[in-house]
Design a protein around this ligand. Structure first.
Ligand code: MG
Length: 266
């Protein structure tokens, strides 16, 4: 019995000595080294960005054949159609002027030719001064991640509308934390981290989509978890879709401008 306690005591002492022998370097992690990225000046694209629009032309964009509808049923139809057609589209009708792309009211949405899942996105937008317009009718557009999760674009400077429909809202789901809008006629920006949803084989959700948004440098969505695709009517829920899908910019009948659009795939 004495011998047992003696062995226990020696074991304990050895453990203490081992812990004391730990050096600061023992908890340093050197590999892998994070890849070096040259930051852009102000909001210019960093060295590893995919530039979607640099002010010159719409060569990275098409007019989609199918766009998101108002209800969950129309979302399901859109996803089915996309799977059948593999994203056919025509040339977009939007105008390019003074380094910006401008919505052509009635010309339809535009979407990226390339498909994306999780991204860091930078986009600048300008809601034109348009006295007489109000609520959802004042410079409405939107950035649809994967073609179905809308970050609202709207003039929300002294233009009240429903909170989960104003600028910086995840439309009809989550109002922005604050209203960081600049007046109409001034350029604004969104910096976004969008995490694509992940699905199980049976179509159930493994991880829902989430989003973090800075509006003009101010946090307005803080790792917000989405209920499903954006719907105009009804409560949303997830519908299984591809891992990568185009980013869509909305035509809501207003001449909203966009410029300096770039992203980094995550
Ligand atoms: Mg919109």
């Amino acid at each position: 019995m004495k011998r047992f306690f003696l062995l226990m005591l020696i074991g304990g002492l050895l453990n203490t000595l081992a812990a004391q022998e730990m050096k600061p370097e023992d908890t340093e992690v050197w590999e892998p080294e994070p890849v070096k990225v040259t930051p852009g000046v102000f909001t210019a694209p960093p060295s590893d960005a995919i530039v979607l629009f640099d002010g010159s032309d719409l060569s990275n964009w098409i007019r989609p054949k199918y766009t998101v509808g108002a209800t969950l049923e129309s979302i399901k139809t859109m996803i089915e159609n996309q799977q059948k057609t593999n994203f056919e589209g025509t040339d977009p009708e939007w105008m390019v002027k003074d380094g910006a792309m401008i919505v052509k009211p009635g010309g339809g949405a535009i979407e990226t030719k390339q498909k994306f899942g999780s991204v860091q996105l930078h986009i600048e937008f300008l809601c034109p001064y348009d006295p007489g317009k109000e609520s959802q009718g004042y410079s409405n557009s939107g950035v649809f991640f994967m073609g179905m999760y809308e970050l609202q674009v709207l003039n929300s400077y002294e233009n009240r509308t429903y909170s989960n429909g104003q600028a910086g809202a995840m439309y009809k789901q989550h109002p922005p934390l604050v209203n960081a809008s600049r007046p109409p006629g001034e350029w604004q920006m969104y910096d976004v981290v969008f995490n694509a949803p992940q699905f199980n084989r049976d179509g159930s959700v493994k991880t829902p989509a989430s989003i973090t948004v800075f509006h003009n440098g101010v946090l307005v969505q803080n790792h917000t978890v989405l209920e499903g695709p954006t719907l105009y009517i009804g409560k949303s829920s997830y519908v299984k879709h591809a891992d990568k899908l185009p980013i869509v910019l909305q035509d809501h009948g207003n001449k909203v401008r966009f410029r300096n659009i770039w992203l980094r795939e995550l």
